[in-house]
Ligand binder design. Sequence first.
Ligand SMILES: C[S@@+](CC[C@H](N)C(=O)[O-])C[C@H]1O[C@@H](n2cnc3c(N)ncnc32)[C@H](O)[C@@H]1O
Length: 189
Amino acid sequence: MKNPFTPTKFDTDKIQLGFMEEYKRILAPLTYRPISLLEIGVNKGGSILFWDDYLQNKDSRILGLDLKLPEIETSSRVSLAQCDQNDADGLRGLAELHGPFDVIIDDASHQLAETRTCFNTLQPFLKPGGYYVIEDWAMGYFATDYPQYQGMVEFVTEIVRNAKELNLAAIKIICEKQKSMAFFQKGSR
Ligand SMILES: C[S@@+](CC[C@H](N)C(=O)[O-])C[C@H]1O[C@@H](n2cnc3c(N)ncnc32)[C@H](O)[C@@H]1O
């Protein structure tokens, strides 16, 4: 069987930086199930095309959101929509249309206001047992000379602190120089 996590034709740095190895942990049991995955931050579409290749169930659905969309060819399982992750009404409308989701990945601005709006708006649209992932949350942790990322460490800490109120069943925080990811799994109720 092919290993879908080896470097491939997909134009996304998630593979080289080791993010996909982390996704394997949550996605492996879901590969053959009909799941709904939302990724905010499409860029050239590399990761969206990767998910489309990786998820094996014909009824799985992938939604990608970005400020600007690339012109890419996808299968009919993929929808792309223009949306600012700081636009709560826009996000809610799309989530009502396409959700609820098994996996939500925020790989967009990595900035506080946007990340917070996106999390607060979309996490109610996670299915029980589903995962909300914030990528690159520690950009400001290692690079304190980038003021645009200030507050992200505190925001992730705040989510961890409010785990009970947010009904989080499991949390995994990765904080390495080139790889920071925060996985929040919703409880089963
Ligand atoms: C790191 S790239 C995404 C990479 C892609 N997920 C991949 O792995 O190939 C970040 C993307 O976030 C988008 N972005 C930045 N700010 C945004 C915002 N406020 N709302 C929506 N998308 C945003 C950018 O346009 C850019 O395409």
